[in-house]
Ligand binder design. Structure first.
Ligand code: ADP
Ligand code: MG
Length: 307
């Protein structure tokens, strides 16, 4: 399945799950923001997959609280269950056991929008149609749709490309369309799975700065997966470092930098380097453990030659 198809599936499934939520997921009535009220509450979350008769425990007994309006980052070795966790939060998958509560979802708005690593947009639609897709599906009045989509295309520097098709845009511009669409959609939570990891360093830095600028207007609750420790410290309020095989929370690191942030200025600060180092300390053992188990699970040709 292509990323665009998966997005289409995501949006359709999310539409469906808005009324029919899996039994483990509870949505409570909306409450006024108090600054530290919990938006996402996870207790004892375990997810097992059946992989050709073998049980793979992707997530094990995960506990997590994310306050409303927090920019929450997840880092962890490849295969530790990050995408699985995000898919469960998006209600595209159900936990094997444990609880997930998403508090205070507003009526008539989608609970979440998801942005993936690859293209999350429809290749057959223009930039404008892609960005307005969620609102059009919800039957938002034309004038409101025009204002909202116009605003986010402006914010992402895409106004003059509104009639272009995705194949006419660079990878960075296509991710901008995803960002414009996600914010225009006005979801309760924004779920982002390594959205910038396919971009070169310069584009990544530009997009991080743009994302922070747009996010500052709304301060939506964001759950953002990255494999880049730098990106986690640059963007996040709080970072969860995950263990490898099975995945669970190993450490939580708070990022003390004020908002709004200047992405480049931040990197010069001594505290920036200290936090990056602290996270690497936590991550190092997990990365080697995950590489070791990947080697053990794969009977390589090299090993056979050695005998
Ligand atoms: N649909 C599935 N069926 C079987 N195993 C899966 C499935 N989805 C994920 N897994 C396994 O669960 C573990 C976590 O995967 P994933 O959440 O994609 O990790 P990450 O995003 O951290 O790289 C991996 O071992 C992966 O192979
Ligand atoms: Mg993943």
């Amino acid at each position: 399945m292509s990323d665009a198809d998966r997005t289409a599936a995501t949006e359709t499934e999310v539409e469906t799950t808005m009324s029919e939520k899996p039994s483990q997921v509870a949505t409570l009535p909306d409450e006024p923001a108090t600054g530290n009220e919990t938006k996402v509450r996870i207790r004892g979350l375990t997810k097992e997959f059946d992989a050709s008769g073998r049980t793979v425990t992707a997530l094990h007994q995960l506990d997590l609280d994310i306050p409303r309006g927090q920019f929450f980052m997840i880092v962890g070795p490849s295969g530790c269950g990050k995408t699985t966790l995000l898919r469960i939060m998006a209600q595209l998958d159900t936990p094997s056991s444990g609880e997930l509560e998403i508090m205070g979802s507003a009526e008539g708005r989608p609970q979440n929008s998801m942005i993936f690593q690859g293209d999350s947009i429809f290749p057959w639609m223009t930039v404008w149609d892609n960005a307005s897709y969620g609102l059009a599906m919800r039957g938002v009045p034309k004038a409101e749709l025009r204002d909202t989509v116009g605003h986010y295309l402006d914010k992402t520097g895409l106004t003059e490309f509104k009639d272009a098709y995705p194949h006419q845009l660079s990878g960075g511009m296509r991710q901008r369309v995803s960002i414009a669409r996600a914010f225009a959609n006005d979801p309760d939570i924004l779920l982002m799975d390594e959205p910038f990891s396919a971009l070169d360093e310069q584009n990544k830095t530009l997009l991080q700065a743009e994302l922070l600028r747009i996010w500052d207007e709304t301060r939506k609750t964001v759950v953002f997966i990255t494999h880049s420790v730098d990106e986690a410290v640059t963007l996040g309020d709080r970072i969860m470092v995950m263990t490898a095989n099975p995945g669970t929370a190993k450490a939580f690191v708070d990022v003390p930098f004020e908002r709004p942030r200047d992405v480049l200025d931040l990197r010069q600060r001594p505290e920036y380097g200290e936090i990056v180092y602290e996270i690497w300390q936590q991550l190092r053992d997990e990365v080697s453990r995950s590489q070791r188990s990947a080697r053990e699970a794969t009977p390589t040709r090299r090993r056979r030659f050695r005998r």
